[in-house]
Ligand binder design. Structure first.
Ligand code: BMA
Length: 337
């Protein structure tokens, strides 16, 4: 295992599955990097919408450029997945004249029985965050709202709060935060999922002891008696780090953090773990893959027996699953560690 300093570890209550739950070998079409999936329980099964970056290999990267498709899979147990032959969308289908370049990093939220996807959206004029409606078969998407650049990593809450839809998001204030990645986690509300406003800061990068670079939302929040339980991604950067993947150098490490937000006013952080929830440790998180040392949750499911499933992309290459008990996750947020 490659050790980055300072060493960071997952919380003791986290149990990682030994192998990824989805890799390129499971995909019935051109696939290379399968990661950053959204996962939900919907109509009696688990559904997954995942990112597939394909085209280049480690040998010919970066002269061959990635294409990106969004795939769909279902599961009876949340562990073994069946991937559908047809994708939801594919950047290869876009025309060179189109403004949209690709959609990626999908998250699923079911609101009043209807599935919605939040995605990052690269366009010719900047990175935007979008919300899309999707039919119950996850075949056709319709983008209903897209932010101004620079924003992405949006996640919707599963119900209205105070009569309004709510999302967490991560704008990129490149000029006003010192010209570096100093990006924070924000919240906006909407009467209709289309028009968004009342934007407030929730958590700043300097509030997170294991981040020195940027933070942002991860999986959509889960409602608990103690508050909205939600993961976030947290990045530390070290200029001395060298080759950690396909690129000449990859200087960032992504961990997952966890916090509780107030049930009625989710701009208020009720508690946050001062240590990472999930850190890169395993072989497929630290030794192999496109960008090693990256953990990026996109789906969190609370089961009836109190088990929480957390799905995360590892090394921007495979999709993994960790589990924990709800009570332990709440304790991490409310008891100082
Ligand atoms: C972010 C996004 C994520 C990715 C991460 C690490 O900026 O592109 O999709 O997982 O970088 O490469």
């Amino acid at each position: 295992m490659k050790i980055l300093t300072p060493e960071l570890y997952s919380a003791p209550c986290i149990k990682k599955l030994e192998k990824p739950v989805l890799t390129k070998d499971d995909i019935p079409y051109d696939a290379s990097l399968i990661f950053n999936a959204g996962v939900a329980k919907f109509n009696g099964q688990y559904v997954m919408v995942f990112r597939n970056d394909y085209g280049p290999s480690e040998e010919n990267y970066p002269s061959v450029r990635f294409k990106t498709s969004i795939g769909f899979a279902t599961s009876e147990d949340g562990i073994h997945w069946k991937v559908r032959e047809s994708t939801i969308c594919d950047s290869a289908d876009l025309l060179p004249t189109d403004e949209l370049v690709r959609l990626y990093d999908p998250r699923i939220t079911i609101i009043e029985g209807k599935p919605y996807l939040c995605m990052a959206m690269d366009t010719k004029h900047g990175v935007r965050g979008c919300i899309a409606e999707v039919d119950d078969n996850f075949e056709n998407i319709r983008i209903i709202s897209a932010s101004a650049p620079d924003n992405r990593n949006m996640v919707l809450f599963p119900e209205k709060i105070g009569g309004k839809y709510v999302r967490l998001e991560r704008p990129f204030p490149v000029y006003s935060r010192g010209g570096k990645d100093r990006f924070d986690l924000w919240l906006s509300t909407s009467p209709d999922l289309v028009y968004w406003g009342e934007t407030e800061l929730v958590l700043a990068v300097e509030d997170v002891p294991f981040a020195n670079d940027k933070i942002g939302p991860a999986a959509p929040p889960v409602k608990t008696e103690k508050g909205w339980l939600t993961t976030f991604h947290a990045v530390d950067r070290d200029e001395t780090r060298g080759k950690n993947g396909w690129e000449k150098a990859w200087k960032k490490r992504y961990c997952a953090g966890i916090m509780l937000l107030d049930l009625e006013d989710p701009t208020k952080v009720v508690g946050m773990s001062k240590l990472p929830l999930i850190a890169p440790e395993n072989y497929y998180e630290t030794e192999v893959g496109f960008r090693q040392q990256v953990i990026f949750p996109g789906g969190m499911i609370l089961e009836d027996d109190g088990e929480v499933k957390i799905y995360y992309g590892a090394s921007d290459t495979v999709e993994c699953l960790a589990t924990a008990k709800l009570d332990d996750l709440i304790a991490l947020c409310t008891e100082a560690r």
